[in-house]
Design a protein around this ligand. Structure first.
Ligand code: NDP
Length: 476
């Protein structure tokens, strides 16, 4: 039996409900289903008038109401629930039907699910969606991965539902298997780093310069006119300006300083470690959230160790310019690292990712949207290198920012203000810009205790020194 609905959405919490509304508002006939039927009823009651939304109370009716080959978006909690929902749906599906997992699934799970579905003659698309609640409704950045034929079937509606920048949809077929979810994962990792860098800037303005939240908001607002312009700074300004009704204080001053996380930042760091790509900014951002969560330890330690004694002072223009430079340069490093990870994963998994296209589809709809991504897209159009720090444009941008960046990190160290992301970005930059680093000594040490061998600058081959014997060198 075939139905008439163009698309199904399974899972109607905030993201699923808004994606369904987005599709309906774009003229599609959408069947909606949720395990707990109260959500289905609420969606139809509150938003049924926005377009052709049809609520189903059983999986059978939901599936039967869809046009064939069926396309069903799953927007349920990531992890086991996705497998459970797929197992529930599979017996009701026909060959060629497509399940689209639009949640934040781990890319290896997506690879596995693609294989399992293919074994049943069903098709699977692992689709990253970014933009939060508002993006899902008004146009997110959409990163579908999976077989190209399945993408062809869903392309018209995902292109319509996606955000648009300069008339171009923020959506593209990313690559096979788990490529879409991988790219979404690294997007989130970059988001962690970007947020951490903004938080460190806030901390310096607050702790070193003694500024109030509203005044810090004004500083960020001034920067919105320059290359830092972004959605994340935009919402930072709003958060800093919000007054708490209960206390009359800035809301940010009464929010508990413990950051939570759902896993995508950690997964990004884990994958980078496996691939051997140094993404220091993202990893430090994940660790910083971890340390924030150890509030009891922090409180105990704050009584144990004396604070660094420095008088707070108002920042002059030069100090603010330094902070702006530090934030900008560190942001370039964080994005450069994220894109290098994507390039590394693309090679390792044979995904043939188009980095310029990724920058393009992140310009709108998603959490890291920013004019800055336009520059990255342009750079990748004619770049000789995949590494942003090795491109002419960003090399010039970094060079202009370096003096201020160093002063900011020095100030943080002097005043005992932790800046793990600023500091690690600068250390990474200093590491990459040196043709010869200190790893020669590491190789010597490794050869000493483990006979791991070393290579020489002046001759080809591998060598070992008989450290504990006669000290002679042999070819290994
Ligand atoms: P949640 O992640 O909170 O998931 C809740 C939904 O999952 C509900 O519809 C719930 O149904 C359903 N669900 C949970 N377990 C099961 C199960 N075993 N069987 C059937 N249904 C189940 O919802 P969100 O809308 O926040 O997110 C959905 C997905 O989108 C997640 O993967 C999330 O990581 C991702 N995402 C979220 C963003 C956000 O800003 N919130 C942004 C981008 C992606 P019930 O009502 O019956 O409990």
């Amino acid at each position: 039996m075939t139905g008439t609905n163009d698309l199904g959405v399974f899972g109607l919490a905030v993201m699923g409900a808004n994606l369904a509304r987005n599709a309906a508002r774009n003229g599609y006939k959408v069947a909606v289903f949720n395990r707990n039927t109260a959500r289905t009823k609420a969606l139809i009651e509150e938003h049924g008038h926005e377009g052709a939304l049809e609520g189903a109370e059983s999986i059978e009716r939901f599936v039967a109401s869809l046009v064939k080959p069926r396309a069903i978006i799953l927007m349920v909690k990531a992890g086991k629930p996705v497998d459970e929902v797929m197992a529930e749906l599979a017996p009701h599906l026909d060959q060629g039907d497509i399940l689209i997992d639009a949640g934040n699934s781990l890319f290896n799970d997506t690879e596995r699910r693609s294989r399992e579905m293919a074994g049943k003659g069903l098709r699977f698309v692992g689709m990253g969606v970014s933009g939060g609640e508002e993006g899902a409704l008004n146009g997110p950045s959409i990163m579908p991965g999976g077989d190209a034929e399945a993408f062809g079937r869903i392309e018209p509606f995902v292109m319509k539902m996606a955000a648009k920048v300069d008339g171009e949809p923020c959506c593209a077929h990313i690559g096979p298997g788990g490529a879409g979810h991988y790219v979404k994962m690294v997007h989130n990792g970059i988001e962690y780093a970007d947020m951490q860098l903004i938080a460190e800037t806030y901390d310096l303005l607050k702790s070193v310069y003694g500024m109030e939240a509203w005044a810090i908001a004004d500083v960020f607002a001034g920067w919105q006119k320059g290359p830092l312009n972004s959605y994340l700074i935009d919402i930072t300004i709003e958060v800093l300006r919000k007054i708490d009704d209960a206390t009359g204080k800035a809301l940010v001053d009464v929010i508990l300083d413990e950051a939570e996380q759902k896993g995508t930042g950690r997964w990004t760091a884990q994958s980078a470690l496996e691939l051997g790509v140094p993404i220091t900014a993202i990893t430090e951002a994940v660790f910083a959230r971890g340390l924030s969560g150890r509030r009891e330890q922090r409180q105990a330690a704050s009584g144990l160790y004396e604070d660094v004694k420095t008088a707070t002072r108002a920042p002059d223009e030069a100090a603010l310019a330094d902070l702006q430079a530090a934030l900008y340069a560190s942001k370039i490093v964080a994005y450069a690292q994220g894109f290098e990870q994507l390039a590394g994963a693309s090679k390792a998994y044979d995904w043939n990712l188009d980095l310029g296209t990724l920058a393009k589809i992140w310009r709108g709809g998603c959490i890291i949207r920013a004019g800055f991504l336009d520059r990255i897209r342009e750079v990748y159009r004619d770049a000789r290198s995949e590494h942003l720090l090795l491109t002419d444009y960003f090399a010039k941008e970094i060079a202009r920012s370096v003096p201020g960046w160093r002063r900011v990190v020095a100030l943080a160290v002097e005043t005992g203000t932790p800046v793990p992301a600023f500091g690690s970005c600068l250390a990474y930059f200093d590491g990459i810009r040196r043709a010869r680093g200190p790893a020669n000594l590491l190789q010597g040490q490794r050869d000493y205790f483990g006979a791991h061998t070393y290579r020489r600058l002046d001759r080809d081959g591998s060598f070992h020194t008989r450290w504990g014997q006669d000290g002679s060198e042999i070819s290994a």
